[in-house]
Unconditional design. Structure first.
Ligand SMILES: [Zn+2]
Length: 505
C-alpha cells in the first residue's frame, strides 16, 4: 500500500491559504457595516467515490469544494453570503453582501436572532483520529483492493454478482468569529460490498457487509477497526443459507437487535426526534417535525429504564465528531434520554438562546462553504449495560420464540418520527434461547415509544458498535451530514413482524 502516515496534521495545502488575513478582512467589514455578530468560514472538502461491478471499475468520481462564507447578525436578522475567490477583497465583499441580505430580510423577520454565549477559545486546532490519508493512496491501489475482494466473493458458486464501493471524504475547515479561530480536519471512509445470489426459481437475495462507515483513514480497509477478509469469507455461506431460508410468518416476536441494525432505528426515531428545531416546528419541510415536543422534556417516558441515550460530538472515530462546531462551540457530550425519560435536545446557539438553554451543545454544521450552518445531528448513541453486562448470546438465551436481526437495509418513518418500519440484512429464528437458522422477508414495525419501552435489556460494552451514515439529509435547500450512532445489542419484547414479500404483493 502507498498510504503515507499523516501524523494527523492539517493539510499544508489548506493552511497555505491566507486564512487569517481573509477572516480579518471579512470580520472588519461586517463590523464597519454595523453587524452585531459575524463569523467567517473557509473550507475545502474533498470527496471520492469508487464503485465496481463484478470486479470492474464502474464509477470514479472526485469532488473538490473550496470557498469561503460570512454569516452575520445585523439588527437581529441573519445575513449570509459565500464566495469562491480566496482574496481579501472577495472576503470583504462577501461580508458586505451578508449585511445587505440581513437588511433586506429584516423587514420579514418576526423573531430577533440572538446567540447563546460561548467562551472564546483563541487559536485552536483539531484533527480527527486516523492513520492513513485516503487521498494519499492511489486510485489504482484502491481499485485493486476492491477488485480482489470482489473476485474472492465471485469465486463462490452461490454468488452471481458483486457490487463494491468506497467513499472517502477529507474535510478541512477554518472558522473565525474574532474570539475563536479554529482550524480542523476530518477524514472518513465507507467501504461496502454486496453479494447477489439468484435462486433456480429466479428469486434473488442480497447480502451486504455490516462494516459501518467510520471516522478513520485508509487503515480501516487494511485491518484497523474492521476485519474485512473475515467478514467477506462468511458471506457466501450466509447467502447460501439465506437463499434456502423459510419466509417469516407474520406476528409478534421478541427481538434481539444487533447494533449493526439498531443504529438506524436510533437515528430515525431518536436522533431526528430530539433535534430541537424540528421539535419546535422550525424544521418541517424535509422529513417532518417531532412528537417529542419541549412540553414533554423531563416527563416523556421515551423508553424503558435501561434506555440511556447521549448526544455527543466527542466520540473517537465518530462521523459527527469535531473539536468545535460551525459556530465556534466546543464539542460536548450530554444526555438526551436518561433512564428512559426525555432529558435533552440537540441545540445550536440560536435555538439554545431562544429556548433558554443557556448554552449550545455544539450541533451547528454546514455541509459546504456555500451553505449556512443549520442544527445537525451529533453522534446520538444508546449506552450499553455496565461492564459484565449481557453478551448477545445471553440476550438470545432469554428468548423462547423470536428473531435476531442484523444489518440495516430499508426503512420508513412518519413525519412526526413516531410510526416506523425497518428491515435488515440477516435474520435468524430464535427458538428455545438458541439460533435456529435464517429467515427472510422480515420487517419490524412499531411506534417509537412502544418499541423503546419494550426494550427489556441492553448488552454489555462487548456488544457495542459504532454504526452510522455519510449522508443524513436535512434542510431546504438540502444539506447532508455524516453521523455515527453507537449502541449495544438489545432485547425488545413483543414487536410486530411483517412479511415483506406478502406486503409487496
Ligand atoms: Zn437522517
Amino acid at each position: 500500500m502507498a498510504a503515507d502516515s499523516t501524523e494527523n496534521r492539517i493539510d499544508p495545502e489548506f493552511t497555505a491559504y491566507p486564512l487569517r488575513e481573509l477572516a480579518a478582512a471579512a470580520l472588519q467589514r461586517a463590523a464597519d457595516l454595523g453587524a452585531e455578530h459575524a463569523d467567517f468560514r473557509l473550507e475545502r472538502i474533498r470527496g471520492q467515490q469508487i464503485t465496481l461491478s463484478d470486479g470492474n471499475l464502474e464509477t470514479l468520481f472526485d469532488g473538490d469544494d473550496l470557498g469561503l462564507s460570512v454569516r452575520v447578525v445585523r439588527d437581529g436578522t441573519w445575513g449570509f453570503a459565500a464566495a469562491v475567490d480566496l482574496t481579501a477583497d472577495a472576503a470583504a465583499a462577501a461580508a458586505a453582501e451578508a449585511v445587505e441580505v440581513a437588511k433586506v430580510a429584516a423587514a420579514m423577520n418576526t423573531e430577533r436572532i440572538e446567540l447563546a454565549a460561548e467562551p472564546g477559545y483563541g487559536d485552536v486546532e483539531w484533527v480527527s483520529a486516523y492513520d492513513a490519508d485516503p487521498f494519499a493512496v492511489s486510485v489504482a491501489d484502491k481499485v485493486a483492493l476492491l477488485a480482489g475482494w470482489s473476485s474472492g466473493l465471485l469465486a463462490a458458486d452461490v454468488v452471481s454478482h458483486v457490487d463494491a464501493s468506497l467513499y472517502a471524504v477529507k474535510e478541512c475547515k477554518f472558522y473565525c468569529d474574532g474570539d475563536t479561530t479554529a482550524l480542523q480536519q476530518r477524514v472518513r471512509v465507507h467501504p461496502a460490498l454486496t453479494a447477489v445470489a439468484v435462486a433456480d426459481d429466479g428469486r434473488f437475495e442480497t447480502m451486504r457487509t455490516l462494516a459501518p462507515p467510520a471516522g478513520r483513514g485508509y487503515e480501516y480497509l487494511t485491518g484497523t477497526g474492521w476485519d474485512f477478509p473475515a467478514e467477506l469469507a462468511q458471506i457466501p455461506g450466509l447467502l447460501t443459507e439465506k437463499l434456502a431460508a423459510p419466509t417469516v410468518r407474520p406476528g409478534r416476536y421478541d427481538l434481539v437487535v444487533d447494533p449493526s441494525n439498531l443504529w438506524l432505528t436510533i437515528h430515525e426515531s431518536i436522533g431526528h426526534a430530539t433535534e430541537l428545531d424540528r421539535a419546535l416546528g422550525y424544521e418541517a419541510a424535509y422529513a417532518g417535525t417531532s412528537f417529542a415536543t419541549p412540553d414533554k422534556l423531563g416527563s416523556l417516558q421515551y423508553g424503558s429504564p435501561v434506555m440511556h441515550v447521549t448526544g455527543d460530538r466527542t466520540t473517537e472515530h465518530g462521523l459527527a465528531s469535531v473539536g468545535y462546531d460551525d459556530e465556534g462551540v466546543a464539542a460536548q457530550r450530554w444526555d438526551l434520554i436518561t433512564g428512559g425519560v426525555l432529558t435533552g435536545y440537540q441545540l445550536d446557539r440560536r435555538i439554545a438562546q431562544l429556548r433558554g438553554f443557556g448554552r449550545s451543545n455544539g450541533c451547528a454544521f454546514a455541509d459546504s462553504p456555500g451553505h449556512m450552518p443549520i442544527q445537525r445531528m451529533a453522534n446520538v448513541s444508546l449506552q450499553p449495560a455496565a461492564a459484565g453486562g449481557p453478551a448477545t448470546e445471553d440476550l438470545i438465551a432469554g428468548v423462547e420464540d423470536g428473531i435476531y436481526v442484523l444489518g440495516d437495509k430499508s426503512w420508513a418513518i412518519d413525519m412526526q418520527r413516531y410510526n416506523f418500519q425497518f428491515t435488515g440484512q440477516r435474520f435468524y429464528r430464535i427458538s428455545g434461547g438458541r439460533l435456529a437458522g435464517q429467515l427472510r422477508d422480515v420487517a419490524y414495525q412499531a411506534t417509537t415509544t412502544d418499541f423503546w419501552n419494550s426494550m427489556e435489556a441492553v448488552g454489555g460494552p462487548q456488544t457495542y458498535l459504532l454504526g452510522g451514515a455519510f449522508n443524513c439529509g436535512k434542510g431546504q435547500p438540502g444539506q447532508v451530514a455524516p453521523v455515527s450512532h453507537g449502541c449495544p445489542a438489545a432485547l425488545v419484547r413483543n414487536v410486530r413482524i411483517l412479511n415483506t414479500a406478502e406486503e409487496s404483493t
